[in-house]
Design a protein around this ligand. Sequence first.
Ligand code: SAM
Length: 224
Amino acid sequence: QISQRLQTIAGYIPDHMRVADIGGDHAFLLLHVAKQGRLHKGIVGEVNRGPYENARDRVKQMGFSSLIDVRLGNGLSVIKPNEVDVVVIAGMGGSLITRILDEGRDRLESVKRLVLQPNIGASRVREWLMNHRFQIIDETIVEDAEILYEIIVAEPGNGDSAYRDGTLDIKMLLQIGPVLWQKKHPLLKKKLLEEWKGKQKILKQLERAVSEEARSRKLEVEKE
Ligand code: SAM
């Protein structure tokens, strides 16, 4: 049984598509969709040899080698133009996801859907999508082993019109998530509170560091 997080991601992969899972690690996600009989063709991309070999062996063991290709390489470079309909990038930071999308822009031309799950920095991902004419069609938050994960689903669209909202400015909306906000997602408040608490902690550490630095500087000055 795969995690709640991966199950939710799998739920955003439409039936009978050609799907690439970039940074697919153990290949759990595409094996799950294949076992459900919903996968037309899968590609697992991995930049690191360890996970690549794990994924390759697991796919073989489960008897899905003809349906799922496991490829070693960086980001979207493992897929050929026009080879996939759906790209999944999950379990990485938002800046890495954005870099992978940016470096592989030409591979995204045939892509009908992106399913992205940034561990941190979701606003960067949303900003990239907005600037590259992808529309966020759905978003959710899933709680798995007491951690909250954001999942962003995007499709080619007409730019930033969908990112406008009468109540919040665009920067806020990118931080919060336009669809999460629209839906008033039940876990949104919890997520925002967690982020706020995290920031408060950093602020306190910063204040302490600054005052310690000031105190030691004062002592040094007094010594002179
Ligand atoms: N996607 C899986 C999930 O959500 O459970 C695995 C997440 S794991 C934390 C991140 C994986 O991405 C690692 O296996 C790592 O080797 C791979 N990775 C990191 N950078 C990558 C890149 N530029 N191209 C392909 N894979 C990458």
